[in-house]
Structure formats: structure tokens, C-alpha cells
Design a binder for this molecule. Structure first.
Ligand code: FAD
Length: 509
């Protein structure tokens, strides 16, 4: 071979390899201009983020911002994180991908706890095990595991796939290669994951109300009444806490002068918009128990139903009528699905006597929901709009609650008249929407409600209630404490905390 030919071939090879190399870098760095999908954590939010994550597993990357290898690794890590994290994730809620910058002084102890000896270092495990746990090199069978083969995006995804027995791929489309959908309608345990959807639906409902400026003189009282119900009985403690905060601010935002009927009750919507009533990462923009098999099915309205059912089994007998009117008025004023509120209003107006037991209320809501299911079974069949993975059924199905059926199997037919054993249905609802639903969230069992109150003597109520016109003022003042001492205590606590905080801030100045 002549020298010139050799040089030519060598140059060609360099060009080809260079192009391949560029291609590889480009495919990893494709999302360089997208916001980060992996969650940046530090010592102040590490435990909360991991404890409250709905994901079953977490990968934490320990890195240092000055480390060049970490900078080059970031596109790889982000490529994998985009599959699992964020609103556009194709497989959300399975793996939380996070990172901690160990070069920041505040994180020194945190990184020591995980024996971080090189950068980037990746650990794998259930999120809860990161909260209390530590990692020690060479310790086998620990809860946390070092990812020793995740140097590129492909290697990292392969490692995760092996661990999960999955076959996730960078080319997966949404709902493809799906293994996150609730699999089996007869699995009693799945409802536990709905706590995240209840939080999602609550936060989303507030966003819609605030975004669409739906709080007016005529809707102020039902709005506060609903918030009071949530403060006292929401199954998620952090939503209860966030809503108490919102209520305190709501007091402060009410104008002091008289209101005209058409004027919006609040001028400062921008302040309310900044509230994240169920924690700063909610809404997460994905659903878990309520995830449908296509984008436009299930989600928000499923989350709302689950919230209402969980409220209905958590209230005391004496509150049941008030809870009924509060939910009814919430749907009438704030659920922006016209057909839904018309139907619900029509079902509510058929109620003949006030509810005086939790049992009566929760069974009525169950029956009302089944009435909607039965209507939708037909509509969705005619229009071909049902979610094939989640067809409407008369609920609960026999597999989920055999004892709910008085006769051994439900009668067949288009509109079967089922012989329900309502005592069993009620027992089932209390277990399903009470105990089971709250079982994932450490602090939300029915009996723990009273633990939330630190100082039960404080009964602060809406300080601005007297300043609004007499009708609304009375309604708002009444609504402020309608759900009893529990709601008032909660709100009083938040108020006291707020003022204490302000006092400290003044002291600091
Ligand atoms: P959903 O019906 O949302 O149910 C959510 C979950 O609740 C189910 O997965 C199941 O686990 C459980 N469940 C089902 N039935 C019961 C029951 N009887 N008791 C207790 N738990 C049950 N859509 C319309 O098209 N027309 C309407 O008129 C209408 N009215 C609505 C009224 C309200 C108050 C709400 C919140 C929603 C309404 N919707 C209506 C929406 C509709 O009911 C469903 O929420 C939506 O179609 C999504 O259905 P899904 O398959 O997720 O199950």
C-alpha cells in the first residue's frame, strides 16, 4: 500500500469513528436543553423527598459539581431519568432518580452516611431505606446496593431492567411496554397506592379553582367549608397541614371592606398560586392507582372519587349530613364537568332525610357512584370511549368482596339487580378507603387524627370573618369551625406557627 493510500484510509477511519463518537454523544445529550429530570436533593430535603416518593425504588447519584467525570456523566444519567421522572416520563412512579452534590458543605454528613468514596457513585434501593439507612462498602445483603455497572445510559438502564425484571427501552412510547397499570381489579392491596392520587387530585382541584378564579362571594363559604372538611379528615397528613396553611392565608387575603356580589372575593390570587398544599412536588402530573391505559382516561375524576369515599368513611356520625352537603356543594361550585355536577345534583336531591350516620353517608356515596358507573357502562359502550383496561363495572366486584354479595354470585344481565349485603359492603368500604388506603402513609391511620394537634387549647378561627358582608360572613364564620374542634385546632396551630415565625423574623431583622 502506498503511503498516500495509508494516510487516506487512516483519515477515513478517524472520520468514521469520530462521526460514531459524535453520534453517541449526541444521542446521550439530546435533551441537553431540557430541564433536569433527576431531582437535585440536599440534606434539607433528602429525607422528605425519599420518604414521600410514590416510587418503589430509587437511584441516588452522589457527585461533586467540580468533578469533570460527573459533568460528562450527567447526560447519561439524565437520559435514564427522563424515562422515570417528570411530567413526560413514559414509565412514571417506578424509579425515583435523584442526585446529591457532595461538594456542598451542607451535604458532608449525608455523603459520609453513604460512605461516598468516589464520584459519581450510584446507590440503588427502596426510597424508605435511604431515609433511615446507610451504606457500607462490601456489606452484602444490605438494603442499599452499589450500582457497579452504570457508566453509560445503556448500562444503567440494563442494570435497572435486570433488577426489576423489566424491559424498559429508550424508544418506549407512553403506555407501551407498560407494567405500571393496576393489574388486577381483585387485588385489595392496590388501593394503598391511591393515597398519592388523592394528594394529586386535591392539589389539582385547588390549582383549577385558583387558576380559574372560582372563589366569589357566593362560593367563598362552600370553598372554606370544603377546606375545613379536608383539614379535619383528609387521609394525607401533609395535605391537612398544607390546607391549614392555606386557610390561614385565606383569612389574611379577605378584603377588609364590604364586598359587592360580583367582585371576586380574593384579589391576591397570585399569592395563593404559590401554595403547594400537598407538598412541593405535588401535583406530580402522573397517576398511579388512577392511571389509565391512555392519556385521556381516568386520572383526576378517579382521584376525586377516591378522595370523597375516603372522607365519607373517616368522618364521625354527627358530621355525616354536613359532609354530604359540603361534598355536594363542592361538586356544584367547583367540579367543572357540567354533566357530572348535573347528575350528582340530581342524585343528591333525591336524598329524603338528613344523614345521621357515617354508614348511611358512605353507603349512599357508594350507591351514587355505582349509578354513575351503570350509566357510563352504556354510554362508553355506545360511543367506544371506555378504557379497555378499566371498563366500568358495578362495584365492588365479587373477587374483591365476595361477602358483599348476599347471593353467591351477582345476577347476570344488562342491568343486574344485585342482592347486596350492605353490612358487609360498609365493612368493606371502611377497610378499603380507611385502613388500606392510608396504610402506605405512615401518619394517616384513622386513630392518629388527634395526634396531629400539639396544643388542643387553641381554638383560633377566621379573624376576618366579621369583615365581610353579613351573609357571607356568617357562612364563612360558621364554615370555619363546622368540622369541629379538630379543624379549628389545626388551623389555630398553623396560625400560631405563622405569627411565631413572623416574630422570629422581626427579631432577626
Ligand atoms: P371511577 O368511576 O373514577 O372510580 C375510581 C375508583 O373507585 C375505581 O377504580 C374503583 O376502584 C372505585 N369505585 C368504583 N365504583 C365505586 C363505587 N360504587 N363505590 C366506591 N368505589 C368505587 N362521568 C360522566 O361521564 N358522567 C357523569 O355524570 C359523571 N359524574 C361524575 C360525578 C363525580 C362526583 C365524579 C367524581 C366523577 C364523575 N364522572 C362522570 C367521571 C366518572 O365517574 C369516572 O370518574 C371517570 O370516567 C374515570 O373512571 P375510572 O375508570 O377511573 O373509575
Amino acid at each position: 500500500m502506498r503511503l498516500a493510500d495509508g494516510v487516506f484510509l487512516f483519515s477515513l477511519l478517524v472520520l468514521i469513528l469520530g462521526a460514531r463518537g459524535l453520534e453517541a454523544v449526541r444521542s446521550v445529550g439530546e435533551g441537553a436543553d431540557l430541564p433536569d429530570a433527576a431531582v437535585d436533593l440536599n440534606v434539607s430535603d433528602f429525607e422528605t423527598a425519599l420518604r414521600e416518593s410514590p416510587a418503589s425504588f430509587a437511584v441516588v447519584e452522589f457527585f461533586a459539581h467540580w468533578c469533570p467525570a460527573c459533568r460528562n456523566y450527567k447526560p447519561h444519567y439524565e437520559k435514564v431519568a427522563r424515562i422515570f421522572n417528570g411530567p413526560d416520563a413514559v414509565h412514571p412512579g417506578i424509579v425515583l432518580m435523584a442526585r446529591v452534590d457532595c461538594a456542598l458543605k451542607i451535604n458532608t454528613n449525608l455523603c459520609d452516611r453513604f460512605s461516598v468514596g468516589f464520584y459519581p457513585m450510584l446507590l440503588w434501593g427502596p426510597p424508605a431505606k435511604f431515609v433511615s439507612g446507610r451504606w457500607v462498602p462490601k456489606q452484602e445483603n444490605g438494603d442499599l446496593q452499589l450500582i457497579d455497572d452504570g457508566k453509560t445510559a445503556d448500562q444503567l438502564l440494563n442494570w435497572i431492567n435486570k433488577k426489576l425484571g423489566s424491559s424498559f427501552n429508550f424508544d418506549d412510547a407512553r403506555y407501551e411496554n407498560e407494567n405500571t397499570l393496576a393489574k388486577n381489579a381483585s387485588d385489595l392491596e392496590q388501593i394503598a397506592h391511591a393515597i398519592y392520587d388523592v394528594e394529586e387530585a386535591t392539589a389539582l382541584a385547588m390549582d383549577i379553582i385558583i387558576e380559574q378564579k372560582m372563589i366569589k362571594p357566593s362560593t367563598g363559604a362552600p370553598f372554606i367549608k370544603f377546606l375545613q372538611l379536608l383539614v379535619a379528615h383528609h387521609p394525607s397528613k401533609r395535605c391537612r397541614r398544607g390546607i391549614a396553611d392555606l386557610l390561614v392565608s385565606f383569612d389574611d387575603l379577605l378584603p377588609s371592606g364590604p364586598l359587592s356580589e360580583n367582585a371576586p372575593i380574593l384579589q391576591e390570587y397570585d399569592i395563593l398560586k404559590s401554595y403547594r398544599i400537598c407538598g412541593k412536588e405535588v401535583p406530580r402530573q402522573y397517576w398511579i392507582f388512577c392511571r389509565g391505559s391512555k392519556d385521556d382516561s381516568r386520572g383526576f375524576s378517579c382521584g376525586l372519587w377516591v378522595l370523597f369515599h375516603s372522607l365519607s368513611v373517616r368522618v364521625a356520625d354527627g358530621e355525616s349530613q354536613l359532609v354530604f352537603t359540603t361534598i355536594r356543594d363542592f361538586i356544584k361550585n367547583f367540579f367543572v364537568c357540567d354533566d357530572c355536577r348535573r347528575h350528582f345534583n340530581e342524585m343528591s336531591s333525591r336524598v329524603q332525610a338528613p344523614f345521621n350516620t357515617t354508614r348511611g353517608l358512605s353507603l349512599w356515596l357508594w350507591r351514587a357512584h355505582n349509578e354513575v358507573n351503570e350509566r357510563l357502562m352504556k354510554v362508553e359502550k355506545d360511543m367506544g370511549t371506555s378504557d379497555p383496561r378499566f371498563p366500568k363495572t358495578t362495584w365492588p366486584p365479587n373477587q374483591l368482596c365476595p361477602s358483599c354479595y348476599a347471593s353467591s354470585s351477582p345476577k347476570k344481565g344488562v342491568n343486574p339487580q344485585i342482592d347486596w349485603n350492605e353490612d358487609e359492603v360498609y365493612k368493606f368500604l371502611v377497610n378499603y378507603y380507611g385502613k388500606k388506603l392510608a396504610s402506605l402513609s405512615r401518619d394517616t391511620t384513622l386513630s392518629q387524627k388527634t395526634d396531629d394537634i400539639d396544643e388542643p387549647n387553641d381554638t383560633a378561627t377566621s379573624s376576618n370573618a366579621v369583615a365581610v358582608p353579613i351573609g357571607a360572613a356568617l357562612a364563612i364564620a360558621l364554615a370555619s369551625c363546622t368540622f369541629g374542634a379538630l379543624a379549628c385546632f389545626w388551623r389555630g396551630q398553623q396560625k400560631k406557627k405563622k405569627y411565631l415565625h413572623q416574630l422570629h423574623s422581626f427579631k432577626d431583622v
